[in-house]
Ligand binder design. Structure first.
Ligand code: F6P
Length: 357
């Protein structure tokens, strides 16, 4: 057991619906343990600046259903420097912050690791709409974003039906195609193009023509933002231009940040609350440098370094020496995590294809 008087909580990187629910859970669970919570405004940049706010149960009473993050967020290159980390550690020391809970994506977890190794025990909680952290089945925000995307595409389909058009929809997700896959299934798209799978453009174009010949007026193709042309430009736009040039009436729609806002769904609120609780419990138990995960419906934890390397393994971004400090058993476990993710993507992709037939 560790005895902390005060802990800090921050949100960093792209915001995600449900982050507020997590902050609320952290505050309440900490209070139960007699621990004060201070919020850090604007992520790691706020930690460097010392932009702090005391969080009481009253302050977080009604934030569970709010989108965005009441703590604000940022991407902070300065925090990647020794000087930036040193200043952030000093902020913690000067303000009696004994430990940190950092909600965000992989960049946020790297920050949590840096803080831990500079003497401020930290725990990461996955909050990003992209669901692109290989170690966890789920990241806070995915469910809200895919529900929003599906509703937007439903609207698009209505007008496409009236006008006899094909809609090419680009959805966020960074280098991960999960948002696109879920939204494509939920909206009955004719195809989904993602970075993780080859896309048979000619076959999809034939499919669009066949549907039109059979009298189906509206067609939706979903493209993940992470899929690029060989020149590095968005594939979504290239595909749209291609089908227009072939004489298909089409409209291009980039949903962009609209799917990152909005009130979190119940799934996101509940998962966020469970993860926030767990993060506090880890600190109280004297554990740090962990990321809270969801694995097969259970809330679990994983060593951050292990999780980040497993993530690099999945994304084929391993650097020389990355695996040196891990045992063969740990490396096998990483491979199993990667395989699980590949299987999941393949199953979603297959579902899109079945629905399209
Ligand atoms: O990581 C979340 C995310 O919304 C990605 O899907 C997207 O690629 C990126 O952030 C956009 O970042 P920004 O809001 O800085 O433009």
């Amino acid at each position: 057991m560790a005895t902390f008087r005060k802990i800090g909580v921050l949100t960093s990187g792209g915001d995600a619906p449900g982050m507020n629910a997590c902050v609320k859970a952290v505050v309440h669970r900490a209070k139960e343990q007699g621990i004060e919570v201070v919020g850090i405004n604007g992520g790691y940049a706020g930690l460097i600046k010392g932009d702090l706010v005391d969080l009481t149960s009253e302050k977080v009473a009604n934030i569970i259903g709010e989108g965005g993050t009441v703590l604000y967020t940022s991407r902070c290159p300065e925090f990647k420097t020794e000087e930036g980390i040193g200043t952030a550690v000093k902020t913690c020391r000067d303000n009696g912050i004994d430990a940190l809970i950092c909600i965000g994506g992989d960049g946020t977890f790297r920050g949590a690791t840096d803080m831990t190794f500079h003497g401020v025990p930290s725990i990461g909680v996955p909050g990003t709409i992209d669901n692109d952290i290989t170690a966890t089945d789920y990241t806070i925000g995915l469910d809200t974003s895919i529900n929003t995307a599906a509703r937007l595409i439903d609207n698009l389909r209505d007008t496409n039906e009236s006008h006899d058009r094909c809609g090419v929809v680009e959805l966020m997700g960074n280098e991960c195609g999960q948002i696109a896959l879920y939204a494509a299934i939920a909206s009955g798209a004719v195809a989904c193009a993602i970075p993780e799978r080859p896309f048979d453009e000619d076959a999809v174009i034939r499919r669009i023509f066949a549907r039109r010949a059979a009298g189906t007026r509206s067609t939706i193709v979903v493209v993940a933002e992470g899929l690029k042309t060989p020149e590095g430009t968005p594939y979504s736009e290239a595909f749209y231009k291609k089908i227009k040039a072939l004489g298909i009436q089409a409209k291009f729609f980039r949903a962009a940040h609209v799917i990152r806002g909005g009130r979190p769904t119940v799934r996101d609120r509940v998962t966020a609350a469970r993860m926030g609780n767990r993060a506090v419990e880890c600190l109280v138990n004297g554990e740090s440098n962990l990321v809270v995960c969801e694995e097969d419906g259970k809330i679990t934890t994983m060593d951050i370094a292990f999780a980040l390397i497993a993530d690099r393994m999945y994304k084929n971004k391993l650097k020389e020496g990355d695996l040196d400090r891990f045992t063969p058993e740990q490396i096998d476990r990483m491979k199993a995590i990667c395989e699980k993710r590949r299987t999941e993507i393949a199953a979603l992709y297959a579902t899109v294809e079945h629905i399209a037939q």
